[in-house]
Design a protein around this ligand. Structure first.
Ligand code: GTP
Length: 412
């Protein structure tokens, strides 16, 4: 299947499975899928049409030998029809398709490929009917089996789509019968067997054509389903990767992801000795909050604090995470101590501004946070862990000095 086709989604996947389970006896998919199938196959069909067309043209002219042996009285007529009418026409069409194939494909109209196949088969049958109805040799009657070759060409070699192969076969049969009708001297004992042979060929080749197309369509469905499964797995994998980075309560990044990110920031900043800041944010007297208002209320309060942090640290490159329990952490790459302190103060005020009642707090009547700010230059400090330790010390200092405040510790 060509790479252009995009894997199916949702409902379409159910349609694929249904078609694979129940089949498609009428040799058609639902409209949208059918259009996509025809379009996806058009390049492959064009290539097949060109290769089979060249071989078929050689075989068609090879029948000059048969003309010579079985319809010798009209050999020159046959020669003219084959070499000067049919061949130049077919060769021109094949050349045009070979030359402008990509442009023809761009139109994405399957009829542009199926049409010439149908026409070439019908023209071959018409030329045969014409040659035979002009000949009066006794052997020309037997030559009517030549229609079998035309039917095989359309239904098996070119593998016309089934719903084109049926009218094609009927039209070739009509030409065959028409050719017989104009031959007033066809021996009756020959007529029946030849017609039966042609009809039997039509029936068998249509059965084979049906089976070939069914297998082609089934293969197409299986490929689409496989693509869909691969896409689904990739999507699930991406989703799991995302989830593995997120804290389920607050939907902020989790501690693991934060640590990976901090390492990355550090690696990028270290060669240029760029500065960065860390904020360590801890909810004040949170144990008492839980004790007084219950754990679910405590969870809701943590989500509110997380929201405040998320909305105050929006600069590209900033990352806020839940570090554990009621503790949050944020990294601010390329930040001065002043900026980091301003952000920390903004966060502190915003949490206080939420006015979440906290009767158990000895600091304020509402929920507050303490923030430790660490600032340093990547590369001067041994590791990002050293900066984290510094932020933790700053937080400890803020707590010790009465909570609901920020403290900054700079790299010595
Ligand atoms: N509701 C809720 N509580 C949590 C969660 N994680 C940790 N806690 C609680 O947070 C509280 C933290 O208590 P402490 O470490 O003593 O700190 P604190 O009471 O905030 O006191 P200070 O930090 O000194 O102001 C503990 O009671 C934990 O049970 C959580 O996910 N949800």
């Amino acid at each position: 299947m060509p790479a252009s086709s995009t894997p199916p989604q949702g409902d379409e996947r159910a349609t694929l499975q249904r078609l694979l389970d129940r089949g498609f006896p009428w040799m058609r998919f639902p409209a949208e899928l059918e259009a996509r199938f025809q379009q996806d196959m058009v390049a492959q069909r064009l290539q097949h049409f060109l290769l089979s067309g060249i071989v078929a043209l050689l075989v068609y002219n090879g029948f000059l030998v048969v003309d010579y042996l079985m319809a010798s009285d009209v050999f020159w007529l046959a020669l003219q029809i084959r070499l000067f009418v049919f061949t130049p026409l077919a060769a021109a069409v094949l050349w045009a398709y070979w030359r402008w194939g990509p442009r023809i494909l761009a139109w994405r109209l399957p009829v542009l490929v199926e049409g010439p196949v149908l026409c070439s088969g019908l023209m071959a049958a018409a030329s045969l009917a014409f040659i035979l109805s002009s000949s009066h040799t006794a052997l020309s009657h037997y030559y009517h089996v030549g229609f079998i070759v035309v039917i095989i060409y359309g239904n098996i070699v070119q593998r016309l789509r089934f719903w084109m192969a049926v009218p094609f076969s009927l039209l070739v049969l009509a030409m065959h019968l028409g050719g017989i009708v104009v031959l007033d001297h066809m021996p009756p004992r020959l007529l029946g067997p030849i017609v039966i042979m042609v009809v039997a060929t039509i029936v068998f080749t249509l059965m084979a054509n049906y089976a070939l197309e069914r297998d082609e369509r089934r293969h197409y469905l299986l490929t689409l389903r496989e693509k869909a499964l691969v896409q689904e797995l990739a999507h699930t994998h991406a989703r799991l990767m995302e989830l593995s980075k997120v804290d389920s309560l607050t939907e902020l990044a989790n501690r693991g992801h934060f640590q990976d990110y901090l390492q990355q920031v550090w690696r990028r900043a270290a060669p240029d000795r760029t500065s960065l800041a860390l904020l360590m944010v801890d909810v004040d007297h949170f144990k008492k909050y839980n004790d007084r208002y219950g754990h679910p209320a405590g969870d809701a309060a943590l989500r509110e604090v997380a929201r405040v942090l998320g909305s105050n640290l929006r600069r590209p490159g900033d990352l806020v995470a839940r570090y554990g329990g009621e503790e949050f952490v944020a990294v601010l790459p390329q930040s001065s101590p002043e900026t980091a302190s301003q952000v920390a103060e903004r966060v502190r005020q915003a949490v206080e501004g939420l006015q979440v009642r906290h009767e158990g707090s000895s600091t304020a009547r509402v929920l507050t946070v303490s923030v430790g700010v660490a600032h340093g230059v990547a590369g001067n400090l041994a590791s990002p862990e050293a900066l984290l330790k510094q932020a933790d010390q700053a937080l400890y200092q803020a707590k010790r000095e009465g909570r609901n405040r920020i403290r900054l510790l700079m790299q010595p």
